[in-house]
Design a protein around this ligand. Structure first.
Ligand SMILES: [Zn+2]
Length: 93
């Protein structure tokens, strides 16, 4: 089990349809363990087209070693290195 990663910030997206960039404030909660649950839905303010931005390709896994007196435990954490402008794709029908 891992912790959810949450964002509450302004993201920049690139519309897959009209190719314009726009920024939207989003609150996003992602479970980094679930590849299929890292997509967020947005709508382009220029052409009104719905789009999906996938955070999964920008995720990276980091390994930690926790040392106790004599036990060694491995732990993971995730971080997202998002591009300045997130690409979007068409909403699956
Ligand atoms: Zn658009």
């Amino acid at each position: 089990m891992s912790d959810l990663v949450s964002f509450a910030k302004r993201f920049d997206f690139r519309c897959w349809k009209c190719n314009k960039a726009y920024s939207i404030f989003k609150e996003v909660k992602l479970d980094p363990e679930k590849e299929n649950e890292q997509k967020i839905k947005v709508a382009c303010p220029f052409c009104g087209e719905s789009a999906v931005a996938d955070f999964f390709p920008h995720r990276s896994k980091k390994k930690f070693i926790l040392r106790n007196s004599d036990a060694k435990e491995e732990s993971f954490s995730y971080e997202y290195n998002l591009p300045k402008i997130l690409p979007t794709t068409e909403l699956p029908k």
